[in-house]
Design a protein around this ligand. Structure first.
Ligand SMILES: Nc1ncnc2c1ncn2[C@@H]1O[C@H](COP(=O)(O)OP(=O)(O)O)[C@@H](O)[C@H]1O
Ligand SMILES: [Mg+2]
Length: 211
């Protein structure tokens, strides 16, 4: 559980400003949705929170601590992308465990986290498959599982359902909302879909042209 604060956050690429001084406080345990049209700066803002994009001015605070200079891996966040970003040559099990092995976590702890996430996301039967042998919905569940096993303070989602067909999208919205209810973590969810924002959010931040 963690609070997230954005203070006068500003981003420019060269002379082009894309984020124009955003102030926002997301309380611990909140499901906050950033909604706005394509190109308005949603991904840029999320990537600044994640530490994947340098901050031009202002501050990102997590639990009151300024994160601007803290590298992505040490912010205690996990991000889920529209493109899933799975490792194609690794099994589902390995995709889930890889990040934990990299920080030298104990094998018993890794197995327990992977087992629990697989159960929660109903991907237990898929653990030995490669991503290429999965449907889009199954791939996205694996991508979410990879975030879950890290036990992040805050989950960041960047349009995670945009590549799925309409029916599956509705089902996955419910699954992510259930996940939030079960884990209770702070979550920031980016979408251009107003219905998605209205059905999933505790709090909605409407973004337009970087404001
Ligand atoms: N690396 C970059 N260099 C220059 N401009 C960028 C870069 N990344 C994004 N932008 C611009 O920033 C704006 C916001 O992009 P983005 O955050 O991807 O929007 P969204 O996710 O809401 O569709 C767009 O005008 C985009 O062209
Ligand atoms: Mg985007």
């Amino acid at each position: 559980m963690a609070t997230l604060e954005l203070k006068a956050l500003y981003k420019s690429y060269g002379s082009v400003a894309v984020i124009h001084g955003i102030d926002l406080a997301v309380p611990s345990g909140d499901f906050c949705v950033f909604v706005g049209p394509s190109g308005c700066g949603k991904s840029t803002l999320l990537r600044m929170i994640a530490g994947l994009e340098p901050i031009s001015r202002g501050a990102v605070r997590i639990d009151g601590t300024v994160m601007n200079a803290i590298p992505a891996a040490r912010r205690g966040l996990a991000m889920v992308f529209q493109s899933y970003a799975l490792y194609p040559h690794m099994s589902v099990r390995k995709n889930l465990s890889f990040g934990l092995e990299n920080v030298n976590m104990q094998r018993t702890e890794i197995n327990s986290r992977v087992g629990e996430a697989a159960r929660m996301l109903q991907i237990e039967e898929l653990l030995n498959r490669k991503p290429g042998q999965l449907s889009g919905g199954q791939r996205q569940r694996v991508a979410i599982g990879r975030a879950v096993v890290r036990e992040p303070k805050i989950f960041l989602f960047d349009e995670p359902l945009s590549n799925l067909d309409a029916e599956l999208r509705v089902a996955m919205r419910r699954e992510i909302a259930d996940l939030h209810r079960r884990l209770g973590n702070t979550m920031v969810y980016v979408t251009h879909d107003q219905v998605e924002a209205m059905t999933m959010a505790d709090r909605i931040a409407v973004l337009r042209a970087g404001k």
